[in-house]
Design a protein around this ligand. Sequence first.
Ligand code: CMP
Length: 140
Amino acid sequence: ATERTLSIIKPDAVAKNAIGEIVTRFEKAGLKVVAAKMLHLDNDKAGGFYAEHKERPFFNDLVGFMTSGPVVVQVLEGENAVATNRDLMGATNPKDAEPGTIRADFAETIDANAVHGSDSPESAEREISYFFSNDEICPR
Ligand code: CMP
């Protein structure tokens, strides 16, 4: 079914000037960008996004990293968008990511892992509305 997912190109990948190469991978896989913006997150916005990880030992480092530079948040739309994007990204830890995946090619560490993607259609809905109002999404 046609789905939407939230993608974040993280500060490490933006700093590497890899925005275009990453978006090209989405497009070549049949995902369409239906919303996009560049943001420099503050502690509240990044911490709220990752609220489910609040008690994890890596939470402070995660928020510190996600506020270290600008990110590009996008809504991707397409057939099985959530799973398609997760396949394109590869494993959370780039050391475990399959060759040819975004994280294998652009990420260095589990913290600086280039991209975020929603892990289910339910989290996609929540994550999309965390960053975008309905009138910022352009179905096409
Ligand atoms: P992301 O998909 O954005 O969701 C949470 C992030 O926490 C994850 O990518 C990683 O970048 C980061 N992280 C750091 N340490 C861990 C860990 N041990 N397990 C899962 N995620 C981690």
